[in-house]
Design a binder for this molecule. Structure first.
Ligand code: SF4
Ligand code: SF4
Length: 181
């Protein structure tokens, strides 16, 4: 049974921290073996490439620049709210660890998502809602053509993530590890 805090019954952040602990445990138990599995490495590489592509587009269209302002550089208010971190589950956090990012364990600003850093989201591998949400101001500034471009890039990123996750899930099951379910 998933421990995702969909009903919001646990304190904000508790589910994310538990998921992160599971991701770290998977990495410790299987990291070297997973890293040398060629299919895992290929799928993770493709996922990372799609992330870099959509990040490049977000940078070019100044989306990250706008989100940086909300993250507090100029005293903004972010849509990345406290509790959103609990959408994150062990395999998605494992992807972040494998991409060399240590997710934050401390909330930088009350009311913000645990993973919202000074310059915006600190995670390379993000949840679908995080990637698909563009606030009304951004939508108005970007216009339909650019939004479509960004959504297509996000779609490719999510699909690459899904393929990696499915593979790793099967791999872990085959190696007797169900701790992440
Ligand atoms: S999506 Fe909009 S409200 Fe949310 S952080 Fe970015 S600019 Fe700010
Ligand atoms: S984009 Fe990042 S900071 Fe914003 S809600 Fe999602 S995980 Fe949190």
């Amino acid at each position: 049974m998933s421990e995702r805090n969909i009903a919001g019954t646990a304190p904000a952040g508790a589910t994310a921290l538990a998921a992160l602990a599971k991701a770290r445990a998977i990495l410790e138990a299987h990291g070297p073996q997973l890293a040398t599995d060629p299919e895992q490495a290929r799928l993770l590489g493709e996922y990372h490439q799609e992330i870099l592509r959509s990040h490049g587009l977000m940078l070019a269209k100044l989306v990250f620049a706008d989100c940086e302002v909300c993250a507090g550089v100029d005293g903004g208010v972010s849509c990345c709210f406290e509790g959103a971190e609990d959408w994150y589950y062990p395999l998605l956090l494992l992807a972040n660890l494998l991409m060399g990012v240590e997710p934050s364990l401390e909330r930088r600003r009350a009311g913000d998502c645990l993973f919202n850093g000074r310059l915006g989201c600190e995670l390379p591998a993000r949840y679908g809602i995080c990637l698909n949400f563009f606030c009304p101001d951004l939508c108005a500034r970007l216009g339909e053509a650019d939004l479509l471009l960004l959504r297509r890039a996000v779609g490719r990123e999510l699909e690459a993530g899904r393929l990696w996750e499915e593979f790793v899930g099967r791999w872990l099951m085959a190696h007797g590890d169900r701790s992440w379910i």
